[in-house]
Design a binder for this molecule. Structure first.
Ligand code: TXA
Ligand code: MG
Length: 325
């Protein structure tokens, strides 16, 4: 642990506590909260100076757009004016859930949220604490909570409240909160789908897969990697621990090792995770990368999961992480 956090960590997330946290958001504080994917660092998406504090706490360039988290699908129309029919099917089928929709923005989605783009990213997370916070915030007059992953820019997303504290605790203030909802169940960030064109396009793979999107919409997903939209997760070195990552090689003596449980640990290697399924792999990956850094391990050998769907999202993150800092 890096130790010092100035903010308050709340692990009793009762309705009263969530009302207090929602009020703090309304007053311009930051609230880190659990979601099913990873923990987010939240601010009132309509408050420019509160949003500016997210960028400071993360050390993130200020022109990168943020995801606005909303309490329910009905709130799409607050943030977006043109919603294609296929986006409505996606929202109906997969919200609350690990999916972010990029839509053309309404006038309440300001440049400080969209990075000056004409689109806004929206998500309804599937986590009782996140939803409780969003509903409390809505009932106090708020429209949405802007929240990037609660890590320093370029680093591994946090999947526990302790990891949030390690990452950004010292950059928070005494009026800010970290809500503790236990480990995130999905473990990798949401699938981001561009819904501003005739056909859906995946900007970041996640637990909502191409097959699921095609089944829901009856449309072909565009698999075009050239994108004029700025997605910070598309930067080459991202999701990176301090340790160097080597892909699909066995670990040497003293190196960390992450591999499916069917692969045994090479002699002298330090096993960091033995996931039994792709779901386990996603859920445990970021904690394993953090554990390696905490133990001062210099190199982590990773045997990647095979297949499509969530395995593809895991390989996407590992490839970026392996490009290092
Ligand atoms: O699972 C998640 O999505 C988590 C949890 C907290 O919800 N959030 C998350 O946020 O991963 P962040 O900021 O770390 O990554 C969001 C990505 C960024 O790469 C950003 O560039 C992209 O979403 N994004 C946001 N608004 C966008 C927009 N209007 N168009 C295209 N990409 C956008
Ligand atoms: Mg992030």
């Amino acid at each position: 642990m890096n130790g010092a956090s100035n903010s308050q960590i709340l692990s009793d997330c009762s309705a009263d506590t969530l009302a207090v946290a929602a009020k703090a958001l309304k007053e311009g504080a930051l609230v880190a909260f659990p979601t099913e994917t990873v923990y987010g660092l939240g601010a009132d998406a309509s408050n420019e100076s509160a949003v500016a504090r997210i960028y400071e706490a993360k050390g993130r360039p200020a022109d990168h757009p943020l995801i606005v988290h909303i309490a329910s699908m009905e709130d799409i129309s607050l943030w977006s004016k043109e919603i294609p029919i296929y986006a409505i099917s996606l929202a109906r089928d997969f919200w609350p859930g690990p999916m972010t929709l990029v839509l053309s923005r309404s006038e309440i989605a300001k440049d400080f949220i969209t990075g000056g783009q004409e689109s806004v990213a929206l998500r309804v997370p599937a986590h009782s604490i996140a939803l409780g916070l969003l509903r409390a915030f809505r009932s106090q007059g708020g429209f949405g909570i802007a929240a990037p992953s609660a890590n320093r820019f370029g680093q591994v997303s946090p999947t526990t409240a302790e990891a949030v504290e390690d990452e950004i605790g010292i950059h928070l203030a005494s009026k800010d909160y970290i809500l503790d909802g236990g480990p995130s169940m999905v473990g990798v960030e949401s699938t981001i789908i561009d819904c501003t064109k005739e056909l859906p396009r995946i900007l970041r793979p996640g637990a909502i897969t191409v097959e699921m999107i095609e089944e829901s919409t009856g449309l072909k997903v565009v698999k075009d990697s050239t994108t004029e939209i700025r997605v910070s997760g598309s930067l080459e070195n991202h999701y990176s621990p301090k340790a160097r990552i080597t892909l699909d090689a066995l670990a040497e003596q003293g190196e960390g090792f992450i591999a499916p449980s069917s692969i045994s640990t090479p002699k002298g290697a330090i096993r960091l995770a033995s996931p039994k399924s792709v779901d386990d792999y996603a859920r445990d990956l970021y904690a394993a990368l953090r554990a390696a850094d905490a133990q001062g391990i210099a190199t982590i050998a990773v045997i990647q999961p095979e297949g499509d769907g969530l395995a593809l999202a895991i390989r996407d993150r590992l490839l970026r992480a392996s490009r290092g800092r």
